[in-house]
Design a protein around this ligand. Structure first.
Ligand code: FES
Length: 382
C-alpha cells in the first residue's frame, strides 16, 4: 500500500466499502467455483498420495529408492524435509519417515521423481522389508513433505555448518543439489562425522563442483575437538542423525556462546536403549503392561512393552495411528493419557506447555511404566 497523504488516504479508505458493495452488486450470481488459495495450499500440502517405486540402486552401503507419483503431482518440498511411507505388514499398518535425498527441482513435471536413501537396520521390520523386498512397480502410500529442518533465510545464517552421520546426511545431499540448481543461496560446510565413511557419498557431493559446498569427513570419537574450529557466532548449525548422535552435539554446541535458535535438529530415530536415558526406572525395562485404548465409544485392550513406545504398541496391535517424524517432535501422533504412568525423555520432550498440563503426549516418544488408559482422537482410517 502506498501512503499518499493523510487527507487523500482518508478519502481513499472511505471509498472501500462503497466500491466493495458495487463490485458485489455487479458480480455474477453464478459461483466462481475456483478457490485459488485452497488450490495452492492443496498443491503444497497434498496430504497422502500414492507413489510408485521406479528404481532401486545400490549406493555404497545404502539403497537409493526412486519414486514417481501415481495419483497427483509430486509436491514442492524444501531441501532437508522428509517424507513418510506406509506399509501393511502382517495385518499391521506401519509408517516410517525417510529423509529426501533428491532436490525439489527433480520433482517438477510429469516425469518428476523423489528419492530416499535406505540404510539397513536389522531391528526395524519395516526397514528390513523395504530394504530386501521392495520391487520396482511397487505402490506405496506416501506423505510429502514433512519436517522443519530446512534453511529459512529469516531465521538462519546463510553459512551453515551441517553436521551428520550416515543416517542423517541425505538432507545435505538434497541441499547441495538445490544449491547447484541455483535455488538455494547459502554456503554449506558438511562435517561428516562417521566411523564408516561412505566415499561414494563424498564423491557425489563433491561432484557438484560447488564453491559453496564443502564436505569434511571426520571421526565421531573426536567430535568435540573437530567442532572447535567451526564455532562462529555468525553461523547456523544443522545436526542430522539418530537421537544419540544429535543431542550430545547440540549440548556441546551450547557449551559455547551459541544461541539455541542458531541450532536446528533433525532426529532420524529415537534411541533404542531407553534404559540408559535420564531418570528412566531401569527395573521396569522388561515389564509388559495392559493399555486400554479409547477411540470414540469403543474401548480396546492391548499389551505394551515398557521398552517400546505407545505408537509402536498400537501398531503392533493392528491399530492405525497417524505418525510423521517418529521422534517426538511434530506432534502428529498426539494422544491423551487418561490414567497410568509413563516415561518421556526430558531431553527430547517437545510437547506444548498446555499439553503437558493436560496430559497429552506424543505417542511415538512415550513409554508405558504401568497399566494405562489412553484416548486417541484419531479415526481408524484417515
Ligand atoms: S510422529 Fe512426530 S511426534 Fe510422534
Amino acid at each position: 500500500m502506498k501512503v499518499k497523504s493523510l487527507f487523500l488516504d482518508i478519502i481513499g479508505t472511505s471509498q472501500v466499502t462503497r466500491r466493495r458493495k458495487l463490485a458485489i452488486k455487479n458480480a455474477s450470481s453464478t459461483p466462481d467455483g475456483k478457490d485459488n488459495i485452497s488450490d495452492t495450499a492443496n498443491f503444497l500440502h497434498p496430504g497422502k498420495q500414492l507413489v510408485k517405486l521406479v528404481s532401486v540402486k545400490e549406493v555404497s552401503n545404502r539403497k537409493r529408492l526412486t519414486f514417481k507419483s501415481v495419483d497427483k503431482p509430486l509436491p514442492y518440498f524444501k531441501p532437508g524435509q522428509f517424507m513418510t511411507l506406509e506399509l501393511n505388514l502382517s495385518e499391521t499398518c506401519l509408517t516410517r519417515p525417510f529423509l529426501i535425498s533428491s532436490s525439489p527441482e527433480e520433482t517438477k513435471g510429469n516425469e518428476g521423481i523423489i528419492e530416499i536413501d535406505l540404510i539397513r537396520d536389522d531391528e526395524d521390520e519395516f526397514l528390513m522389508h523395504l530394504y530386501h523386498e521392495a520391487q520396482v512397480e511397487d505402490i506405496f502410500q506416501a506423505e510429502i513433505p514433512l519436517g522443519q529442518f530446512f534453511y529459512e533465510p529469516l531465521r538462519d545464517s546463510s553459512h551453515i555448518i551441517a553436521i551428520a552421520n550416515n543416517r542423517g546426511i541425505s538432507s545435505y545431499l538434497s541441499m547441495a543439489k538445490e544449491i547447484k540448481n541455483g535455488h538455494l543461496d547459502l554456503s554449506l560446510t558438511i562435517l561428516y562425522l562417521e566411523e564408516k565413511i561412505e566415499p561414494s557419498l563424498i564423491e557425489e557431493i563433491k561432484n557438484h563442483h560447488l564453491d559453496q559446498v564443502d564436505i569434511i569427513p571426520c571421526s565421531t570419537k573426536d567430535y568435540k575437538d573437530i567442532l572447535k574450529p567451526f564455532i562462529q557466532e555468525d553461523c547456523s548449525y544443522f545436526i542430522s542423525g539418530e537421537e544419540e548422535f544429535v543431542l550430545p552435539i547440540k549440548k556441546e554446541l551450547l557449551s559455547y556462546p551459541i544461541k539455541e535458535r542458531r541450532i536446528r535438529l533433525q532426529i532420524t530415530s529415537l534411541r533404542k536403549d531407553i534404559a540408559s536415558l535420564k531418570d528412566y526406572p531401569i527395573d521396569l525395562i522388561n515389564k509388559e503392561f495392559t493399555i486400554k485404548v479409547h477411540r470414540g465409544i469403543r474401548v480396546d485392550e492391548i499389551r505394551a512393552k515398557a521398552s517400546e513406545s505407545l505408537a509402536t504398541a498400537l501398531e503392533k496391535a493392528g491399530m492405525k495411528i497417524h505418525t510423521a517424524c517418529r521422534c517426538g517432535y511434530c506432534g502428529v501422533c498426539r494422544i491423551k493419557i487418561l490414567e497410568g504412568e509413563y516415561y518421556i525423555n526430558p531431553d527430547n520432550d517437545h510437547r506444548r506447555i498446555a499439553d503437558k498440563d493436560f496430559a497429552y503426549v506424543h505417542a511415538c516418544a512415550t513409554y508405558p511404566l504401568s497399566d494405562m488408559s489412553i484416548r486417541m482422537n484419531i479415526p481408524d482410517s484417515f
